[in-house]
Write a protein that binds this ligand. Structure first.
Ligand SMILES: *Cc1c(COP(=O)(O)O)cnc(C)c1O
Length: 370
């Protein structure tokens, strides 16, 4: 037997998830992974007893996040990033080779990756042209699914789903399956969280992270907000010590008042940068975004050839953005994460250069409706 033959049939079929960091591209300006360009000041001056195992679910951290999210501590589970929350939900609620999750593409890739890796089926009910879930189509698949994943605000489009729509999907799923609302970008949105629906809907799960607005992608800290039954079930599947002591300590700091104020200020700045980049692109290049973005990135749609050449042109300048092919056939999206003002001016400079070198009409995406 070779090592390859020893792996399970499910593993043999898998392809590793291509995260923004796993590509071979190198660059000095990173506008491709939706991180915060600013370093959170909370990571300084910690005193940590790393000789001891950390608390599995550190009380102080759970309490701090519960306060921030306006829920009770027993409605919070801390995980190694929201990604671990996704994996645990599927592991806890989906029977391999039997059950399925439902996703609404284009959406965050890890739902399907996690399901595939656990030999759980994936039913895709694509979003409509306004990037809204199609309720009737979801309803038709509810009986065949254990978990519906909604991403709001959505990655990679930036679009949001009105709370009434989320609630109507919760209603049709009630007593039948879980509805997960991934709120990784909620801090950037003017729309309130779905958190107030938790009391009314025992099948609602909300995912959160410190990786985006909090500027702490490197510490791998995420949260699951749900009713205690769900939290208790997930605790049976979680690793004994999901977070290392350094991550726990930084996360606790980051949730204290001065650093929460830092986070809010950074969100404000990033949203302003988004507005100004968007207006600049509109005025200078007549680019219209794929949709209004409630996140720290903006997506633009192009013919795939144009998107490819733009992507590689920027990579040659040491600037990384992300490219997706998930919205429409023969179209691709360039997703630009907001960086620092300096990085944004660099981006504008390169885009102008690219535009000058190419024919206006092939580069413009003005045909795309908002
Ligand atoms: C970034 C992201 C995550 C993962 O967050 P981590 O806490 O870094 O694992 C989850 N969902 C969406 C939609 C994301 O964009």
């Amino acid at each position: 037997m070779t090592i390859k033959q020893l792996q399970t049939a499910t593993t043999a079929k898998l392809k590793p998830y291509q995260s923004a960091r796993s590509t071979d591209l190198t660059g000095s300006v990173w506008l491709n992974a939706n991180e915060n360009p600013y370093l959170n000041p909370a990571i300084k001056g910690l005193e940590i007893h790393a000789n001891r195992y950390p608390q599995p679910q550190p009380e102080v951290l759970i309490q701090a996040y519960a306060d921030y999210a306006t829920v009770a501590p027993n409605n919070v589970l801390v995980t190694r990033g929201a990604d671990e929350g996704i994996e645990l939900l599927i592991r806890s609620f989906c029977e391999p080779s039997q059950d399925s999750i439902l996703i609404t593409s284009p959406t965050y890739g890890m739902y399907a990756v996690s399901a595939n890796s656990q030999n759980v089926g994936v039913i895709d009910v694509p979003l409509d042209q306004d990037f809204q879930p199609i309720k009737d189509d979801i309803s038709a698949q509810i009986a065949a699914t254990k978990i519906v994943f909604l991403c709001c605000p959505n990655n990679p489009t930036g679009s949001r789903i009105p709370l009434e729509t989320i609630e109507s999907i919760l209603q049709l799923a009630q007593g039948k399956c879980l509805v997960v609302v991934d709120e990784a970008y909620i801090e950037f949105s003017a729309q309130p969280s779905a958190v107030n629906l938790l009391e009314k809907y025992p099948n609602l799960v909300i995912l959160r992270t410190l990786s985006k607005a909090f500027g702490l992608a490197g510490i791998r800290c995420g949260f699951v907000l749900a009713n205690t039954d769900i939290i208790q079930i997930m605790k049976k599947q979680i690793a004994p010590y999901p977070l290392c002591c350094f991550a726990i300590d930084t996360a606790i700091q980051a949730l204290q008042t001065p650093y929460l104020a830092w986070m809010k200020e950074s969100v404000k700045q990033i949203n302003q940068q988004k507005q100004s980049l968007q207006s600049w692109l509109k005025e200078t290049l007549s680019w219209t975004p794929l949709c209004t973005s409630d996140t720290n990135f903006i997506a633009y749609q192009f013919d795939t050839e144009v998107a490819d050449s733009l992507f590689f042109f920027l990579a040659e300048q040491d600037m990384l953005v992300r490219k997706f092919d998930t919205v429409q056939p023969s179209q691709s999206e360039i997703r630009i994460t907001m960086g620092t003002p300096q990085e944004m001016s660099q981006l504008k400079k390169y885009l102008s250069l690219f535009f000058a070198k190419n024919d206006n009409r092939t580069v413009s995406n003005a045909g795309v409706t908002v």
